[in-house]
Ligand binder design. Structure first.
Ligand SMILES: *Cc1c(COP(=O)(O)O)cnc(C)c1O
Length: 411
């Protein structure tokens, strides 16, 4: 495999883990088949065999929850994309995050997290880890690394970050935080969903473990819910595997594993186009009088633009912006769009748009939303790979609809 370590991520995305004759097919399939079997015939009764010794790399499989050739192909590719040794595929990003946290923290432990986390992760921390498992969590504004340093305690066993965050595209300094955590008995995890490994590789920056909602950019086609974890840490990987296969069992199904493996093939081409379109949309929005702020790491006006240039190789396809008006203006704008579909989620080839205050971040209290700077007119867009001019024309339609509002028609 040594000659492969120099292969570009573009090439890894297309072929890694999917060599003909090596993925359980005698026929030499170029595309790894979907192995639906829940169990695998054993060559004989070996009473010495222990489940831990079964090696999927050697084509050994016993039972579908433990491992499966299609999932194994995906796990091999995921690990290579993030530059890690061990990859694990899950039934959702949520299952990947839960299993990762559970493989590190125990009752009585302390965890430091970015306050601007994915809303579902925040709920998981509050309503499962804090409420039921007696884990203490401190949320910090991690855009300033000093806040992370100040929150660390002797009993801190995990630091959990996202960068860029949702929905304000805030960044944290991954290498800086990794340095803080390095000389402690703690694990530094990064949810890399928004950047994708194409634009950011947290393990290279010093993180211990990286997770994805592969539902988003890695699958890229909005047709599978799935998750991933990658780490270089052998001890953590062993605990993760135990929880993935035995303790929790939230594994990726063969069909979803196939879809994500297939989606990943075009990762490089898609991410380049997402970024070109997102930058065009961000610049267009910034030029409009109806828009009071645009949050996109690729804009020079972004407070962490310099950090983005340093730790990312691109800025991605997600942005958010603030409309000058009230929630009715935001509704009018959103409902006039036809290329951007009103829907939660991000990372698919089609452009999606949403109102965090009324959709993804609705579960938070108004006070929590205010603390995170999520106003009633903050709009998040996941810019797809459609024609750039069509997307800009669509946004014009939104602005026209806002302008048509007169005192007589306001409700
Ligand atoms: C979507 C998302 C998740 C949750 O993933 P699911 O696949 O929906 O379970 C976690 N983190 C981030 C950043 C996400 O965007």
């Amino acid at each position: 495999m040594d000659d492969k370590t120099t292969r570009s991520i573009d090439t890894i995305a297309v072929t890694e883990g999917e060599e003909p004759f090596e993925t359980g097919s005698e026929a030499g399939d170029v595309v790894s088949p979907i192995h639906l079997s829940s169990t695998f015939a054993l060559p004989g009764l070996d009473t010495e065999m222990r489940l831990e010794d079964v090696d999927p790399d050697a084509g050994e499989f016993v039972y579908g929850r433990l491992s499966n050739p299609t999932r194994h192909t995906l796990e091999t590719r995921l690990a290579a994309l993030e530059g890690g040794e061990h990859g694990a595929a899950f039934a959702s990003g949520t299952a990947a995050i839960f299993t990762t946290l559970l493989s590190v923290v125990e009752p009585g432990d302390h965890l430091v997290a970015f306050e601007d986390l994915y809303a579902g992760t925040r709920r998981m921390l509050d309503d499962v880890f804090v409420s039921r498992l007696d884990v203490d969590v401190t949320y910090v504004d991690a855009t300033d690394t000093r806040n992370v340093a100040a929150a660390l305690r002797p009993e801190t066993t995990m630091v959990w970050m996202e960068s860029p965050t949702n929905p304000k595209l805030a960044l944290c300094d991954i290498a800086g935080i990794a340095e803080l955590v390095a000389d402690r008995d703690a694990v530094f995890g990064v949810d890399n969903t928004f950047a994708s490994p194409y634009f950011q590789r947290p393990l290279d920056l010093g993180a211990d473990v990286v997770v994805h909602s592969t539902t988003k950019y890695l699958n890229g086609h909005s047709d599978a819910v799935a998750g991933a974890v990658v780490t270089d840490d052998d001890t953590l990987a062993e605990e993760l595997r135990f929880l993935q296969q035995v303790g929790v069992g939230g594994v990726s199904s063969p069909f979803d594993s196939y879809l994500v493996t297939r989606g990943i093939k075009t990762l490089a081409a898609r991410m380049e186009r997402h970024e070109t379109n997102a930058l065009a949309v961000a610049e267009f929005l910034e030029s409009r009088p109806e828009v009071t702020a645009v949050y996109y790491p690729g804009l020079e006006s972004h407070p962490d633009h310099a950090l983005a240039r340093e730790q990312m190789s691109g800025f991605g396809g997600i942005l958010s912006f603030e409309l000058d008006g009230d929630i009715d203006d935001a509704k009018r704008f959103l409902e006039a769009l036809s290329e951007f579909t009103l829907a939660v989620s991000v990372g698919g080839v089609e452009s999606l748009i949403e109102l965090p205050a009324g959709m993804t971040h609705e579960p938070l209290s108004p006070a929590e939303r205010e603390a995170l700077g999520i106003s009633d007119t903050l709009i998040r867009a996941s810019v797809g790979i459609e024609g750039t001019a069509d997307l800009l024309a669509d946004l014009e339609r939104g602005f026209d609809a806002m302008a048509r509002r007169s005192p007589a028609t306001s409700d």
